[in-house]
Design a binder for this molecule. Structure first.
Ligand code: HEM
Length: 476
């Protein structure tokens, strides 16, 4: 009760309107400026919640095993969106699900997905080139959200399931229709289609494994690992189906929107775009022609500016906007710097009772000047190249000390997949195209939907959109 925070104007909604209906991350960043790194806010009917930004506290909460659990409301959302799979499971059940899902997400597996990502990004580019060449001005405005949604759905379908959604080619596919524009759909309808296709895929994967010809995709790894489990620990069919829906739910709109935000920043920063294109060109030239013409994961990882761009995009646009947790037992939250309570008392830690609800804000965490530098509120990939980011003490985050993929036992299982996909799409887009701003970008808004999506102020009813002008690069 001594933690400082803003006064609420509404007993019914508390601060939920500010938290969820303003541009994503804005409220927390503003509260942090006024009240510090732990803030007390109100939620519905006078209940209270802590917004936690302090790095040590965030690490403690996210990396405490199952002492802090996903909030019951979020678990229920996980069940509605994907069934009783990884995002819903908790405690020992979560441990069992996670162990079986992990093999498909290792670095060695991600390597295999790189050519798939290239193929999907190139297919989208080929369509764009045709459209551009047919125009008089040799450029065209594309809504990136729509095209990238198709391309990333195909990418996750092929890499995670070896299933062709045919979304780029616009094939009629019921699962593609169900999963595109997910943020705006009734989850029940999506669930029905997801369940039906999942059952077919499980039967197919088991048959391929039994015939000694398993395919190299995430879902096959899961089905294979599951067959080796004892009857006691094996996932049921219902749980296997839920994992498939988890993969699509967790991995599609998140990657679409992250790539969109990267493209938005590239459009706003022509110099950065030119430097990145030069890096891509020189890496492509250095290719040993006896090797495959493709960029391997190792090559992608060796490009300093490309990786700085990926980190900075994920830092400034953490598409999973909030992480909600509830204390499963009484706890004491440590702090990296003291806070002054409303009574004037200095606190180095915060004792909290079981049932305390907290929200971690990756947007605010990722802008902490103590970790990311004094100019942390600005988009500047060079901070990563110039070594201005504090990376020496691992804060338990899987990628670049960012909270974007959460941390600990419930961290994003698909973070390597997501980063590799982002790297590939940036390379393909910039090898082929010059991306330019359009007048509408002046009114772009980061909206809190299920993910952080781009909307245009004044055209909110049109839903997510990111119109950018694209022209061909003169020579590769
Ligand atoms: C840029 C893209 C992505 C971002 C920013 C992101 C972020 C996150 C975050 C923050 C969580 C933790 C949520 C919480 O605990 O409240 C999470 C969990 C998860 N993500 Fe991702 N994700 C991305 C891409 C992916 C991809 C590509 C996949 C799969 C192919 C995926 C699958 C999952 C799954 C299954 C979980 C649940 C893990 C668990 O509860 O153990 N994500 N993601």
């Amino acid at each position: 009760r001594e933690i400082p925070g803003p006064k609420s104007k509404s007993f019914v909604l508390g601060h939920l309107r500010e938290l969820l209906q303003q541009p994503a991350g804005l409220a927390e960043i503003e509260w942090q400026r006024v009240y510090g790194d732990v803030i007390r806010i109100q939620t519905t009917f006078g209940s209270e919640q802590l917004v936690v930004i302090d790095p040590k506290a965030v690490q403690h909460i996210l990396c405490s095993g199952y002492k802090w659990r996903r909030s019951p409301v979020r678990r229920e959302m996980g069940r509605l969106s994907s069934g009783k799979g990884l995002a819903w499971a908790d405690g020992e059940t979560h441990k069992r699900h996670r162990k079986l899902m992990t093999p498909g997400f290792r670095a060695s597996e991600t390597e295999h997905f790189v050519p798939v990502f290239f193929a999907c990004a190139e297919a989208m580019s080929t369509d764009w080139k045709k459209s551009i060449l047919s125009t008089d001005e040799q450029s065209h405005v594309f809504d990136f959200t729509r095209f990238l949604s198709h391309a990333t759905l195909d990418a996750i379908g092929l890499a995670a399931l070896n299933y062709d959604f045919g979304s780029i080619k616009n094939h009629e596919n019921e699962l593609a229709k169900a999963y595109e524009g997910l943020t705006l759909k009734p989850l029940h309808d999506v669930a029905q289609v997801g369940n039906r296709v999942a059952h077919q895929l499980i039967a197919q994967k088991i048959e391929e494994i039994q015939n000694g010809a398993p395919h190299n995709d995430i879902y096959t790894s899961l089905v294979q690992a599951n067959l080796q489990e004892s009857s006691k620990t094996r996932l049921s069919d219902e749980e296997l189906v839920a994992q498939l829906r988890n993969l699509l739910f967790g991995g599609h709109e998140t990657t679409t929107n992250t790539i969109c935000w990267a493209a938005y920043e590239l459009a706003r920063n022509p110099d950065l775009q030119a430097r990145l294109r030069a890096e891509i060109k020189s890496t492509w030239k250095r290719e040993d022609r006896r090797e495959s013409d493709e960029f391997t994961l190792k090559k992608l990882e060796s490009m300093p500016l490309l990786n700085a761009m990926c980190k900075e995009t994920l830092r400034c646009y953490p598409v999973a906007i909030h992480l909600f947790r509830t204390a499963n037992e009484d706890d004491v939250i440590p702090l990296s710097k003291p806070i002054i309570g409303t009574t004037g008392r200095t606190m180095m830690e915060i004792p909290v009772p079981r049932g305390t609800n907290i929200v971690v804000s990756p947007s605010a965490y990722n802008r902490n000047p103590a970790i990311f530098g004094k100019d942390a509120s600005e988009f500047n990939p060079d901070r990563w190249i110039e070594g201005r980011v504090k990376t020496e003490d691992s804060l338990g985050m899987p990628y670049a000390n960012l909270a974007s993929f959460a941390a600990g036992s419930r961290s994003c299982i698909g973070w390597r997949f997501a980063v590799a996909e982002l790297q590939v799409f940036i390379v393909v887009l910039l090898r082929n195209f010059i991306i330019e701003s359009t007048p509408k970008l002046a009114n772009i808004r980061r909206e809190s939907a299920l993910a952080m999506i781009p909307l245009i102020e004044g055209e909110l009813e049109k839903g997510t959109q990111l119109p950018l002008r694209v022209r061909l690069v003169a020579s590769k």
